[in-house]
Ligand binder design. Sequence first.
Ligand code: LLP
Length: 433
Amino acid sequence: MRTSSTTGGATDAPRLIDLFPATAVVDGGELHLGGMRATTLAEAFGTPLVVYCRETILARAHAYARVDPDALVVYGTKAFPNIALMRLLAAEGLGADVSTRGELEFALRAGVPGDRLVFHGNNKSDEELRAAAAAGAFVVLDALDEAARARAAGVQTVLVRVTPGIEAETHRAIRTAHAESKFGLVAGDAVAAVREALAAGLDVAGLHVHIGSQLTRAAESLLAVERLVDVAMRCREELGWSPRVFDLGGGLAVRHSLADTVPDAEEFARELLLRLRRHWHEPAQAIFEPGRSLVGQAGFTLYRIGVVKRTAGVAYAAIDGGMSDNPRPQLYGSRYEALLANRADEPSSGAYRIAGKHCESGDVLIDSVELPEPRRGDLLAVPATGAYTLAMASNYNGVPRPAAVLVADGEAELIRRRESLDDLLSAEPSNQG
Ligand code: LLP
């Protein structure tokens, strides 16, 4: 399979710019995106700032759409719930995979139609089931008692989530299909859930599998497709029921660092589909649920450098954000790269540790990155932060969450404003203003 990594010899050296969105270029020593200078964006919107490239998001959406015009592609909203981005995707025919009442609200306000909504969750509340029913979403059953609860909530159409007992090759916190997973139902229980859902009078459209996230190869996902088909065959034999939908989940990785190799999204999805067609010969629609692979590489974060200092053996550059806007290094040991957006063509003067501004020593965004000698006021650009950064951001240490902009053709649209101090205090009844 072709990969998007460039790991060849000296003439084909990995280039940092390849980790950025498609329209990123260095011109006159400065990083530009979508025809805009990074320095202009930072001045206009402040820092930290998450900058999204419209063209990259659309290119990824089109890549998935090309795999099969009859497939439904639903955006994994958890990667970055945002109305503007979801409207953009909805206009291209994509739907949304949501896992809470809150994520459903983003999808509804973005105008995603009910027949393009998939509602997940390992512990859905009755309120969530009612909201999913009112929206007309596919509800993915994740427990044996959920068919009856879904029926009582007015749900019409369901999928059943299968846990195929596969260890995805990724961080253990984001594997979801191993035998001990809290998600889904092992094969025998999945068949029982289909039986109960049919008995409850639900329209059981099909089966679902999602084995994990930040997947850097297809092997385990292909095995999961085969296991899903095994469950479908058991259902056909034991219940006389056949799925008309196979939801193959999401999970494809993006490159955060030059060392990462990642399958091409279109080829990854096509391989899964081919595997499905090879093993299941009745007509069936495929659903894909990409999150990170749609928006991850499309976004990067701009920080302003403040303190630069040397300790015994380590040169630190401190940024005006950190674990509150990107907790992934702490949660998953994720490795990022960076460049100085305002001096992007200067040679490296050594390795620097990028520290956040939070009150703990573990608040390190990048353990070691080669940079030109950083100075107070420089702009640090960290690529591939479009997924699961703002989505998991917090107000730790009373830090307001950053803004996000969508850039295209020399224009930037604010798609999420920076939080204010009033936002921080707004949930406190004793706040006197
Ligand atoms: N479908 C289901 C059922 C999921 O649970 C997820 C992600 C997706 C689709 C989308 O997966 P993606 O294509 O984005 O990998 N916070 C973690 C990732 C958690 C993923 C949760 N589920 C991280 O920062 O790596």
